[in-house]
Design a protein around this ligand. Sequence first.
Ligand code: WT7
Length: 671
Amino acid sequence: MYLAVDTAVFQKSAEIHKFLMFKNKQCLVVSMRVIYPPEDFVKKANVRDPAIYSRTAEDWKGFWEDFARELHWYEPWDVFLDESKAPYYRFFVNGKINVAYNCIDRHLEGKRTKAAVIWEGEDGAQRVLTYQDLYREVCRLSNALKELGVEKGDRVAIFMPNVPETIIAMLACARIGAVHVVVFEGFSARALAFRLKDSHANFIITCDGYYRRGEIHRLKDKVDEALKGYQGVKRVIVVKRLGIEISMLPDRDFWWDNVVKGQKARCEPEIMDANDPLFIMYTSGAIAEPKGVVHSTGGFLVHVYATTKMVLDLKDNDVFWCTAEPGWITGHSYVVYGPLSNGGTVLIYEGAPDYPHPCRVYEIIEKYGVSVFYTVPTLIRMLSACKDEEIEKYDLSSLRLLGSVGEPIEPDTWLWFYRKVGKERCPIVDTWWQTETGGHVISPLPALTPMKPGSVTKPLPGFLVDIVDDGGKPTKPFQIGNLVIKRPFPGIFLNLHADPRHYVKLYWSRYGKKVYYTGDAAYRDDDGYIWVIGRVDDVLNISGHRVSTVEVEHVIMELDEVKECAVIGIPDRVRGFAIGVFAIIRGENYEEVAKTIQEKVKESIGSFAKPSLIVFTPDLPRTEGRKVVKRALSEFMNGRDVEISTLTNPEILRKIKETIKRDSRGVYVVK
Ligand code: WT7
C-alpha cells in the first residue's frame, strides 16, 4: 500500500524521516519529512522551553507538584505518591481540595464576567454563561440537590445531551462531594439501567428530550423504561429542554426549574480528600459487561489542568471547542474540568456536526472565533466531505491549534486537516490516552515537538511509556508490541467500581503490578516516534466509541434463533471500524433474524453499535478444541493473510470468502 504524500506541505520542512505502513505484515518504507511547529505559534506558546523534558526526567515528582500548587488546596498533601498498595497508586495523599471551587470560585475575582460556557443549539440558538452565572447556577443546583437528599458519596447519574445544564450538574456534584456517573445520551434504556444498577445510583438528572438532526429524541422516556427494572433511584430531576409532554411520577420526578427556584446562590464547597472519587465513567473492555472506571479528585484535576495548559495551550483569550459529548471521558477531562480549572472559555454544540449542512462545523468556528479545536478523526474525515470552495467561504483565521483524539488518524487525513482547516498555521496535537488514564499521556507539545502525520509522537514530560514484546522486553524500532506505561501518573484511575478483581486482572497482571497494560499495539520508528495501531483485545473503536465485541455477542446470543455467533470489527472509511456479525442460526429465516439482531443490538446498547454486516454461516472457523477463531475472520476482513494451519475446518473460511468481500455491507448467507 502506498501513501499519497502531499509534497507541497513538506516544502517548508527540513528533514526526511522514514515511516511505515503495514500490509500483509510486511513493511513498506515511505520517505516523509517532519513538520515543524509554525513560528508564530511557538512565540506565544505556554510551554516553549525544551528543557521541560530534561528537567522533568530528573524530577518528575516536582514537575507534577508544581502544577498542583497552581490549584487551590484547603490543605496540602503530605506525600506526593503512595505506592505501598500497588497497583492502587494514590497521589497527593491527605491533600484536601474541591474541584468545583477550582473550576469556578478561583476565577471569580478576575474573570467574573468572562464567558465560561458558550452553547450553540442545533437550531442555531445561543446561550452564554459567564463565570458568575456558572457560580450562581452551580450553587443553586447544589443547594437543591442537598435539599432533595443527595449526600457526599452518593452516585448521581446524569443522562443529558450537550447543554449547559450538564456542566452545571457535573460541577454541582463535585461541589457537594457526590459522585457523578454521566451516561452518553445515545445509549439505550437497557444500557442506562445497567449503569444505574452497577453504580448504585440514587439520583438521576435528565431532560425531557432534545433535537438531533431536526428530530425530537424523547430522553425521559428512556429513563422511565430503565427505572422499571431498578428501584434504587429516589429522585429524578428533569430539565425542560423541549417542553414536550412527558410522564412525571409524583414524589420521584421533579422539574429542574422548580427545584432550583428560591435556592440560595451560595453554597459552601465540600472539603474533599484528594483520593475521594470524583466520578465513575463506564467504558467497554474485553469482557462482556461495561466497566465503571473510578477517577480521583486531586490527581485527576492536576492531570487535566496541567495537560490542558501544556498540550492544548489554553490561554485567557481562547475560545476552546472540544467536540466530545459530555458522556465520554474526553467531555469530562477536556470540555469541563481541564478548561474550566484553567479559567478558559469552552464552546459546546448540541447537535449533529453535519446538520443541517456539511459545513456546520466551519460555520460555528467562524461564528464564535474558535481558536483551539479538538476533535476526533471520524469527524475530520466527515469534514473533508465539504468541497474546497465551500470551506473557503468560511473565515477560519481565528484557529491557532488543532487536536485529534480517540483513534489513529491516517497521514492523509492528518495532512488534509493541517492544510485545509489549519491553513498550515496551526500545529496538530494528536493525543493518545484512555478513559482509564484520565488525561493525555502521549502527545506532541505543540511548540516543541516536530510532528509526523499519523504519529502520536512522544510521551509527555513526566510519563514513562514503553513498547514491549510478550516477554516484557522493549521492542526494536518498527517491531510491533504492547504499549505500556511504566510509572504511575496523577490521572490514573483509582479502581473499577465494585470490581477490583478485573482492575488487577485487566490492567496490572500482564507485566506485574508496576506496569500499566494499555491493551494497545504500537511501534516506534527510528526517531523514537510512537505509532499506535489499535487495540490488541476484543475492543472496537467505532467513531471513537469503545465497544466490546464480547458484549455485542452476549446481547445477540440472548435471541432464541441464534445458536452461536462471532462479532468482529470491519474497517470503515469514516468510522474507523464497523460491526460485523457471523452467526449460526436455527432455521432459515435469514432476513427476519437479521432484522431482529439489528433491533436487539440497538435496543440493548445503542444505535451507534448497530451491525453493518451480518453473515449467516453453517459454521465458524475453529481450532482442534472447537474454539472459534475470531482472528481468522477479522484478518480476512482486514485484508491480511489468514494463518489457517491452526484451523480444523479451513473450508468454511473458503466458503465465507466466496460469499463476501472485505468491504461487503448488508446481509449474506453462506451455503
Ligand atoms: C482507546 C481509548 C482518549 C479519549 C477518547 C477515547 C484509542 C485514543 C488515540 C490516538 C490512536 C487512540 C486507543 C485507546 N486512542 N487516542 N491519538 N491515536 N489511538 O477513550 O474510549 O477510553 O478509548 O482509544 O486504542 O486505547 P477510550
